[in-house]
Design a binder for this molecule. Structure first.
Ligand SMILES: [Zn+2]
Length: 198
């Protein structure tokens, strides 16, 4: 009862609005249908299921338009009002059955310098509440050296930039024989060659 009253008061002070256009919506985090249609682009990255031991790499939207505005606001000023809008997108992930085999979800960590400067990892802000409803969040990766910002680098330079930048924190979890879901917020234009997942 108290929780319900809290929600009503919150809605009065901060009425639910579409994260895209700001129009009135029914529940916090909901998108209006036209805005959601513009940002909703679920797909498997072409060829990603053949890359080594990767079963596939999925993207749900693109870094443009309203999503660019939202991700920049979350990344640089922790705009909490957009967190639920991101949960709405993640909840719509169309291939939920593929999570049945996942043993843990692993975020890509920031460098110590960036973490200290920013105070949080935007990947955790966006994904963790969603992951904890379905599975197990594990901070398995450690960034063992700083890397350059990648937006201006070529594909070959990016591969070199990231080589040996991460290590697995083996103390916390035995990964042998496990299936891991790696989550990250990618703002590069590297997801151009896409296709719908079969
Ligand atoms: Zn809208």
């Amino acid at each position: 009862m108290l929780k319900r009253m809290g929600c009503v008061l919150l809605d009065l002070v901060y009425p639910p609005r579409c994260p895209g256009c700001g129009c009135s919506v029914e529940v916090h985090g909901n998108w209006c249908p036209p805005c959601f249609a513009k940002i909703w682009q679920p797909r498997m990255i072409s060829g990603s299921h053949k890359a080594g031991k990767l079963d596939g790499c999925y993207a749900l939207t693109s870094y443009s338009g309203d999503m660019k505005k939202i991700l920049r606001a979350l990344k640089y000023s922790r705009a909490l009002k957009y967190e639920k809008g991101c949960q709405y997108i993640l909840d719509a992930f169309p291939w939920q059955d593929r999570f049945a085999r996942i043993d843990a979800v692993v975020p890509v960590p920031l460098s110590t310098r960036r973490m200290y400067k920013r105070g949080y990892n935007q990947t955790e802000v966006i994904f963790r509440p969603w992951v904890e409803r379905y599975g197990c969040w594990k901070d398995l990766l450690e960034r063992v050296r700083s890397t350059e910002a990648q937006w201006h680098l070529t594909k070959q330079q990016r591969e070199k930039n990231l080589k040996r930048a991460f290590e697995i924190n083996k103390d916390s979890f035995c990964i042998t024989g496990t299936h891991l879901l790696l989550v990250d917020v990618m703002t590069l234009g590297l997801i151009q060659n896409n296709k719908k997942c079969a």
